[in-house]
Every structure is written in C-alpha cells, then in structure tokens.
Design a binder for this molecule. Structure first.
Ligand SMILES: *Cc1c(COP(=O)(O)O)cnc(C)c1O
Length: 466
C-alpha cells in the first residue's frame, strides 16, 4: 500500500515511512493511494472476533508488507492489553435506538489512547531497524499530550517534547503529563496560550536546519497511522449491531475531523454506514462547511468541551482531497487560497456528495447539558461534555427508528468532573487505575514563548543528531 500527499507534490511513501513522517513535505497529508475494501463476507467474518483480531483484519491492508501479520498482531495485543476493559471499546445501550461506544478505557481516559498506544509501539518497531533517533514535538491543550506521553514513555530511540500552556490545562490533565518521569519525556510549560505553544511547534518544523538536525516528527492527528487505528472501532461496533446486514449510524464529537474521518474511511472500505453525524460545539466551522458549504475560520470560543474548541480542522483536507476528485494540484491551489483568505467554499456538487454520508449539528451549552441529564436519567450513565455533544447531535438527527445510532464516547466523565456535576448533580470519580494521580511527583520546566529558548532547551536534551 502506497500513501500519496493530498497536495500531489511529495513522493509516495509506504506505511512505515508515512507513519514516521507525519506531515508530507509539500504541506499536505498522507492518504492511501486507493481505498482498500473488505468484501461483505470479510465484514461478516468479523462477527465475534476480539478487538485485537478485528484490528489485525482491518489494519492489514493499510500496513501492507511493512509488517508480517503475526508481528502486527503482537503489537495490537500489547497496545490493547493496556486497556482497563476486556472488550477494549465496549458498546453500551442507552435506549431502543441509541448506543454509546466507550473509547476511554485506555491509560489516559480519552479516545486518543486507542491510536497512540499503537503508534508508540509502531515508532519503536520501525526505528529499531534504523540507526537514527527521532525527536517528537507537540503542543497540547490537554488530551493529546497525556496520551502521547503515555504511549512514548520509555520507548527506544525517541524523545518527546510536549508543550502545554502554563496554568491553562486542568490539574488532572497537567498531572497526567508531568507525573510521567521517564527520561525520554520532556514536559515544557509555555508562558503563553495554547496558540502560542502551537505556533512554536510550527516554527520549529519550519526551521529547516533545526528540524533536520534533530529529526523532528509529529504524532498529532495528521499522522495517517493514527487514523488507521481509529477505523477499527467503527467495524468492531457495527458488526456487533448487525453489519453488514444492517447499516449503522455514528455520531462523532469533532474537533480536528480525525475521528470522524476514520468513520468515512470505514465507509469507503465497504462498511454499510447509514450516516456520519458530525457534532460540533459553538466552534462550528465543520457544521457550516457541511450544511452550507462555508468553510471559513472564525474566532475560537472557549467551552467546557475544550478538545472541540478548534477552528481549522486539519483532517478536513483529507475529505476535500476526495471531493476534488483526488486531484492533488487542484486541492493544493484551493488550500493556498484558504490559507490566504481564511475561507473556502464547497461547490454544490461537493456539498451534495458529502451530504450522501455526512450530517452535522451545532450543539450549544444548554443542549449539551440536556443530553447529559437525559443519559443520566434514561440509563444512569454519566457522559463527559464531548460525548454529550455527540449524543445531542445523534438525537437531533432523528434517523428512522430501525437505524441503530452509536455515539462515540471520547473521554471519561472524570476528566471533566465540574461540567458533569453542574449538569447532573453527580460528581464522577477517577477510576482506580489513575486514583493516585494527586500523590505522584511532577516534573516539568517553564519556558518563555520564544523559539530560541525552546530550541536551546531541546538541543541540550535530544538524543537525535543528524
Ligand atoms: C481530541 C478529542 C476530540 C476531537 O477529536 P478529533 O479527532 O480532533 O475530531 C473529541 N473529544 C475528545 C475528548 C478529544 O480528546
């Protein structure tokens, strides 16, 4: 399986090199050169398989010949063996039509563990056969940082430098990062906002000399392997609800368009998906794009669902690539226009094509709280704010009663205890496996939001030397 850039000007890579590269050299994102498909019989044969065996069947076409099947299986076993639930991503019924797919049983209590636990092992595996080290850098507003840190802690040949905005992540989120004391993990609190931290990371990638010298890489959701790992749970959930005989709909709380794009990939692979419901909060660029063709950047409004407080959704470019007939140069021109004007209009034909699979909704704070209360009263379930936005959109979509609708539960409610308590009157407890978080020692350094200071810090500590 070859991977091509959405902007058509970077060389095609195999799975291994696309995973290690993250972003393509022409500024585009890697996608498979053609969508692999699973036949109806192959999908039917997934019924009753464990999560690990489902992962091997779904990932094998993406991995191609870069890993023998037995080795892929061992990596999946190691990654998903760390989840606290035997089903890895259990499916819980809310009422006659609505289901919740719990994706938060990993080590850091958010769905990002599902992909990053596997990525950590893939990085280590691919790097052992090379004599180079990688320096992974990233900026986080909360969930990505802890998931990446847990996944890469102690891994050979990779150092991780994670920037978070000083004082602007929750105490649970900060401690989930700073209590990991492995020598290859470096937490940096930036004296500034998340945007400052993100701008520093972009500037370091743009500093070609620095990026080359320290072999910089990224594990944010533009990394193709992350999306591939997320395709698995769409198949896993759908076959449990009757696919391929019965189509299933999914409602997905969306920020960077990564998780819901994985659902699109599942549909392209042949999974009968009745609808993909894109749920946004008041930061609604994706809802405007899908419902009115208006992909234009507004200002970010902070909400109680911070992982969806995003205006530019990087992975939307992957859908735009298909909507442009997979014409890289045409999309590159469209993206240049978007970067210059901060706005991009979808043609009526593109909107019609997207509407065949996607629906969308913008959920405000009040409807989010109503969905939390409904789930609590209906079935005693506590939902985190992101999941509640997904469920509100799922119910608003009003699909025919015989279509099961699965809402992806992207975070454990205990990650956002204040918002949950305000809406339901119940305070979710941290699960026992992270219960001693507040007793563990922390380690991090604080730096000014200045590229020279951050580069000097990394240069002193990174193992990689090109
Ligand atoms: C990252 C995140 C999201 C958004 O996922 P995308 O793939 O960026 O769309 C939603 N909910 C939670 C809890 C997250 O951590």
């Amino acid at each position: 399986m070859d991977y091509v850039s959405t902007r058509g000007a970077a060389p095609a890579l195999d799975f291994e090199n696309a995973t290690l590269a993250g972003l393509a050299a022409d500024g585009g994102l890697y996608v498979p050169a053609a969508w692999p498909t699973l036949s109806r019989e192959a999908i039917a044969a997934l019924a009753g398989l464990s999560y690990v065996d489902t992962a091997v069947a779904v990932l094998a076409p993406f991995v191609g010949t870069t890993l023998p099947r037995e080795e892929l299986r061992a990596l999946c076993q190691a990654a998903y063996g760390r989840f606290a639930h035997a089903a890895v991503t259990p499916l819980v019924q809310l009422d006659g039509q609505h289901w919740v797919l719990e994706l938060f049983h990993g080590p850091t209590l958010a769905f990002k563990d599902v992909a990053l636990q596997l990525i950590g092992l893939l990085f280590e595996r691919f790097l052992t056969s090379r004599d180079t080290h990688l320096t992974v850098i990233g900026a986080t507003s909360g969930d990505t940082g802890s998931a990446a840190i847990d996944a890469l802690a102690g891994r050979a040949k990779v150092d991780l430098f994670m920037l978070h905005p000083q004082g602007r992540v929750s105490e649970v989120q900060r401690r989930q990062m700073t209590t990991v004391l492995a020598p290859n993990i470096h937490n940096i609190a930036i004296d500034g906002s998340f945007d400052d931290a993100q701008a520093l990371v972009k500037a370091m990638f743009a500093d070609a000399d620095f990026a080359g010298r320290f072999s910089l890489s990224a594990v944010n959701s533009i990394n193709w392997a992350r999306l591939a790992a997320q395709v698995v749970y769409y198949f896993y959930a759908a076959v449990r609800l009757g696919a391929p005989e019965r189509p299933v709909a999914f409602a997905v709380p969306t920020g960077n368009f990564g998780d819901v794009f994985a659902g699109y990939v599942a549909a392209r692979m042949g999974l009968p998906v009745a609808k993909l419901i894109v749920a946004t909060n008041v930061n609604d660029i994706l809802h405007r794009a899908l419902s009115a063709g208006d992909y234009s950047v507004g200002t970010v409004t902070p909400t109680v669902a911070p992982s969806m407080d995003i205006q530019v959704s990087s992975n939307f470019e992957r859908l735009l690539f298909d909507l442009h007939g997979r014409d890289g140069p045409a999309l590159a021109a469209a993206m240049r226009g978007f970067e210059a004007t901060r706005t991009l209009a979808l043609s009526p034909a593109m909107r019609a094509e997207a509407a065949g699979l996607f629906a969308s909704a913008r959920i405000d704070a009040e409807d989010m709280a109503l969905a939390m209360r409904w789930a609590c009263e209906e079935s005693g379930m506590l939902l985190d704010p992101h999941t509640a936005i997904g469920l509100a959109a799922a119910r608003a979509a009003a699909l025919p009663a015989d279509v099961p609708v699965v809402t992806l539960a992207t975070a454990h409610p205990a990650k956002f205890p204040d918002a949950v308590e305000r809406a339901t009157g119940r305070r979710p407890a941290l699960p026992p496996r992270v219960g001693d978080l507040f007793d563990r020692a922390e380690r991090y350094d604080t730096l000014p939001a200045e590229i020279k200071a951050v580069e000097a810090y990394i240069a002193e500590r990174a193992t990689a030397r090109a």
